[in-house]
Design a protein around this ligand. Structure first.
Ligand SMILES: *Cc1c(COP(=O)(O)O)cnc(C)c1O
Length: 491
């Protein structure tokens, strides 16, 4: 391809000329449309080795600007071979995160405005749209008006802020002013969560000076749910031993099996013990949009905070996580610190989101949530999630009926934990090896991507259906590949 000279390098100041932007903007949108049209022709997982991508890229930056043709050519030639295709309908690993047309278009606009929503004044629309979309989403989840929301990048960061607010609630200890270290007069703090909780809770504890020893993992029942009586026992025991319990994190949709902690019962314990209850519903929370599924957050009105990630199961390009709390004043008390140059005359009548977290600058993330809710509608979103639940049921039933496979956990949503278990094979070690081999050989086809977990020491394959482009035929393909690969391994 003949390369045109880059106007930018000629002038050496200023942005890309508007006409050039228009031209490549159109080309790139066409490229993205083609990408979606042909997404199934790509392997879900790239077949490359560590360092392959780096080795194709120059070690030093270009001195003279390059043409957009050259840059875009390298997307196809050098970047695409190293992309794991999260938008592929057979991406069934981890918790999927798929983007959507309206979400991508909104991201484009968001970059164009480049509005930094740290204060109301620094972009009133960014602040007010965040308030409006989070209030819409609150209604979609069936939460009361007592919940106030804020967007952060990820659930890890949302939960960290919730734990910080929980700590701030112990105001008599003045943690904000005096910190934690070296203070003999204060007891060690303790957080409770289940054995199945996400690692982000521990990372929050690490960050906030509570430490990993400040986390107590409560045992789960045979369906991987926190046992409330064990929680109660642990709190009593710790108080007796001089700890200061202050926070409980319940999970709705745990990472391994999507089990649902009994929020209602846990909330009653928290109320009695005066502990902050944070609910981590990062992946599964959006299912509460479906009225029949609202039971999953039963008792939520007694919780202090809740995290839900539209960037997981609601077709929102990463990243967008929402923290709702009934106590925004405490969150603000924990983080508000306004230097002179950020004071505005509207401070008393508006929300300045910078007051509610550690970051100052904030992307205009609510724009993509607004586009997505408006474009699909609340019913459109609910129908898509409902369809994933239907497909999950189909796969779970197939596992249940297949004598070579077994289901390893209940399936409250559309994440299925299963393993191959041929009738004549009962050695656990061998079963673990067989299933690891099965998963790797299924993934090596490039047609599907699954991941695993361990449950009670057993290697378990995990298949998640939450992609916007996943249809019944893709679930059938997954079944066919699993069956064929297992036969291949066993013969
Ligand atoms: C995915 C997940 C997280 C972490 O989400 P990030 O947004 O990647 O930080 C935390 N908790 C649960 C239950 C999750 O499913």
């Amino acid at each position: 391809m003949k390369t045109t000279e880059n106007n930018f390098s000629k002038k050496n100041i200023g942005d890309m000329p508007v006409e050039e932007f228009r031209n490549f903007g159109h080309q790139l949108i066409d490229w993205v449309a083609d990408y979606f049209q042909n997404i199934e022709s790509y392997p879900v997982l790239p077949n490359i080795n560590p360092g392959d991508i780096k080795s194709k890229l120059p070690k030093t930056p270009p001195v003279d600007g390059e043409s957009m043709e050259e840059i875009l050519k390298d997307i196809d030639g050098k970047i695409m071979p190293g992309i794991t295709h999260w938008n592929h309908p057979n991406f069934m690993a981890y918790f999927n995160s798929t983007s959507s047309g309206p979400g991508i278009l909104a991201e484009l606009l968001s970059a164009a405005f480049n509005a930094n929503g740290m204060l109301w004044k620094t972009s009133p629309a960014a602040t007010e749209l965040e308030e409006v979309t989070l209030d819409w989403f609150r209604q979609m989840l069936g939460l009361s008006e007592n919940f106030w929301g804020i967007i952060y990048d990820t659930a890890s960061v949302s939960s960290m802020h919730a734990i910080a607010a929980a700590r701030e609630q112990l105001s008599e200890y003045q943690f904000r002013q005096k910190g934690l270290a070296g203070r003999k007069e204060i007891p060690r703090l303790k957080i409770y969560t289940s054995e199945q909780a996400h690692s982000s809770i521990e990372k929050g504890a690490i960050t906030l000076g509570i430490g990993i020893d400040g986390i107590r993992k409560i045992p789960v029942d045979n369906e991987f749910r926190m046992i409330p009586s064990q929680l109660e026992k642990a709190i009593t025991e710790d108080r007796e031993n001089g700890w200061l319990p202050f926070c409980v994190v319940a999970t709705v949709g745990t990472t391994s099996t999507t089990s649902i902690d009994p929020v209602n019962e846990i909330a009653d314990i928290c109320k009695r013990e005066k502990l902050w209850l944070h609910v981590d519903a990062a992946h599964a929370g959006v299912a509460a949009i479906i009225p029949e599924m609202r039971f999953i957050i039963d008792g939520i009105e007694k919780a202090d905070s809740l995290v839900v990630n539209p960037h997981k199961w609601m077709f929102t390009p990463v990243d967008l996580s929402i923290l709702y709390t009934r106590k925004p004043k405490i969150l603000k008390q924990a983080f508000s610190l306004v230097p002179e140059y950020l004071k505005t005359s509207e401070d008393n009548i508006v929300i300045n989101y910078m007051d509610y977290g550690i970051q100052l600058g904030r992307r205009f993330r609510s724009l993509k949530l607004w586009f997505i809710i408006r474009y699909f509608g609340t019913e459109g979103i609910a129908n898509r999630i409902k369809d994933h639940l239907r497909l999950g049921k189909i796969f779970a039933e197939w596992i249940g009926q297949n004598t070579n496979f077994e289901k390893m956990a209940p399936v409250p949503f559309s994440t299925i934990c299963f393993r191959a278990h041929p009738q004549d094979l009962n050695d656990e070690q061998k079963l673990n090896e067989l299933n690891e081999q099965l998963m790797n050989s299924v993934n090596s086809t490039g047609k599907i991507f699954l991941t695993h977990t361990k449950l009670n020491g057993k290697f378990v394959c995990r298949l998640v259906i939450s992609g916007l482009r996943t249809e019944e035929k893709h679930v059938m393909l997954a079944q066919e590949i699993l069956q064929n690969k297992l036969t291949e391994i066993l013969t």
